[in-house]
Design a protein around this ligand. Structure first.
Ligand code: FAD
Ligand code: 2HG
Ligand code: ZN
Length: 498
């Protein structure tokens, strides 16, 4: 089958209006950080699981690779096509139905293209909480959240997306439909296939729907914002927060002074408490199931104990939902402020919480010694041991030249430290193509071989998002493939500011 014949066939499957080949396809071809632009054979937008299956079968017959895509907000260049012009972007955004609420089972079944915020709001209207929450929630999709096993700001209480998922519907790399949406909390009938697909970044199959866990809505959700004198103090505060709030602790985020300074600089209208006076600040959330008064008393007792222990120097508790939103907005604006500041290097790392202060002290010092003047944009989900330990070029330097010459060495230094502390080089964003080489260097050979075996077994023609996560192309000396995997085109600097 030629490419033209394939496109004709796809038009009959999803409708001509939903096979995009011309015009500005940047929304699908350019990654969120604007680091890499690919070129698609077509963007195909099916409206049902059956259509996804037909698209996959047609692509397999034509030996054309498929790149599943949701909101295209991923951080690791995993959802855009390569530069060959031969890959089909399979966009799930037309599949957005909430298929079923099951209040007694505390589950919701939803299609993969549903935007996270749409699902959160629908759940709230139905009287339930769907707790996954991240700054990209207005545009990321459930399929992308599952594909990346996204984390976000509520993991400390509810776990990441994997832990919120009870079942999946998947179109396999052969174009068959596997339906596992029963929503069972107990099912020990052999391998748990759902966990293979979650976090596989579109490399094993296409997630078309999921059954997800719901929780009771808290009676009151309170937010506090605290200045802490050090990272050690932030870790001590985390311990106190667990002890005082128990399961009420639903958010614990840390923000370094320079990261908050970028928010002040680029979003001048925002009020950022304690930024000038404290090396770190923390956002805490307490979700209470008794009453607001109970939640507030608990929060006040916690902050009093923390001040007595010397791990909090100043704190505010939001008086209203609007104030709470403003405090969270500060935290959630950091990635955007960092983008405004220009090119940067992201490290989405996890380390045991207990080791984080020592890791940061040592790694900050080593970076300053090797790359004087680098600016650390350090913040993240301290409650989960997940830091966004990002590096900005020194002030008054050409960031593009700095990155070209120093990025590899900076990554090597940071990831060697992560290894020394037995951490992970990707806590929540995934591997995509950005970290594929790093995965080879930081994962054990046994683990890599197991991953390759799974990939070859489920996707023998290497057509599902090839070149992402783990390379099984013939060029890698691994599995046979009918497709070379040309490297994506790295953009000139004026096109990739983040
Ligand atoms: P996409 O970017 O479209 O795709 C991501 C990956 O999933 C790709 O490999 C793609 O092939 C695959 N995929 C997409 N849909 C499917 C499907 N239906 N079936 C199989 N595979 C699929 N991430 C966090 O974890 N925590 C955060 O706190 C966080 N904050 C963010 C804040 C901002 C401002 C931004 C821009 C991003 C943030 N992210 C965060 C990253 C990103 O939002 C998440 O990775 C999100 O889960 C991606 O969803 P998406 O729909 O945009 O997926
Ligand atoms: C966050 O927690 C996101 O804000 C983005 O995961 C992190 O931009 C980043 O480095
Ligand atoms: Zn994050």
């Amino acid at each position: 089958m030629t490419a033209a014949q394939l496109l004709d066939h796809l038009r009959t499957v999803v409708g001509a209006a939903h096979v995009l080949t011309e015009g500005d396809l940047s929304a699908w071809e350019l990654d969120w950080r604007k680091r890499v632009r690919g070129r698609a054979l077509a963007v195909v937008r099916p409206a049902s699981t059956e259509q996804v299956a037909q698209v996959v079968r047609a692509c397999v017959a034509a030996r054309v690779a498929i790149v599943p895509q949701g909101g295209n907000t991923g951080m690791v260049v995993g959802s855009t096509p390569d530069a060959s012009g031969t890959q089909v972007v399979l966009s799930l955004t037309r599949m957005q139905q909430i298929r079923k609420f099951d209040p007694a089972n505390l589950t919701v079944t939803v299609e993969a293209g549903c935007v996270l915020q749409t699902l959160q709001e629908a759940c709230e209207q139905a009287g339930f909480l769907f707790p996954l929450s991240l700054a990209a929630e207005g545009s990321c999709t459930i399929g992308g959240n599952l594909g990346t096993n996204a984390g976000g700001t509520q993991v400390v209480r509810y776990g990441n997306t994997r832990e919120l998922c009870l079942g999946l519907e998947v179109v396999t790399a052969q174009g068959e439909i596997w339906s596992g949406l029963a929503g069972l909390r107990k099912d020990n009938t052999g391998y748990d296939l759902r966990h293979l697909f979650i976090g596989s970044e579109g490399t094993l199959g296409v997630i078309t729907a999921a059954t997800l866990k719901l929780y009771p809505l808290p009676v009151s959700t309170l937010t506090a914002y605290a200045a802490v004198p050090s990272l050690e103090a932030a870790v001590q505060l985390l311990g106190l927060a667990h002890a005082h709030l128990h399961a009420g602790l639903t958010g614990f985020e840390v923000m370094g002074q320079f990261a908050l300074g970028l928010v002040v600089k680029h979003f001048a209208h925002m009020r950022v408490p304690f930024q000038a006076s404290s090396p770190y600040c923390v956002v805490l959330e307490n979700s209470d199931h008794h009453s607001e008064a109970h939640g507030r008393t608990q929060f006040e007792a916690l902050l009093e104990a923390a001040m007595e222990a010397g791990c909090v120097s100043d704190a505010v508790v939001a008086e209203s939902t609007a104030q709470a939103r403003q405090l969270w907005h500060i935290r959630e604006s950091i990635p955007l402020a960092q983008a405004q500041e220009g090119l940067n290097i992201k490290h989405d790392i996890s380390i045991a919480v207990s080791h984080i202060p020592a890791f940061v002290a040592e790694t900050d010092a080593a970076l300053q010694q090797a790359f004087p003047g680098v600016r650390m944009v350090n913040y993240g989900h301290l409650g989960d041991g997940n830091l966004h330990y990002n590096v900005q070029a020194p002030a008054n330097t050409d960031a593009e030249v700095f990155l070209q010459t120093q990025e590899d060495a900076i990554n090597a230094l940071v990831y060697a430290q992560v290894d020394r502390y037995d951490g992970s080089i990707s806590a929540e964003h995934g591997i995509g193509s950005l970290k594929r080489e790093k995965l080879l260097a930081h994962k054990s050979p046994v683990a890599l071989d197991l991953m390759r075996s799974i990939k070859r077994a489920l996707d023998p023609h290497n057509l599902m998002n090839p070149g992402r996560v783990i390379d099984c192309s013939s060029a890698s000396g691994s599995a046979p493939t009918t497709h070379p995997n040309p490297t994506t085109q790295v953009l000139p600097h004026h096109d990739h500011p983040y």
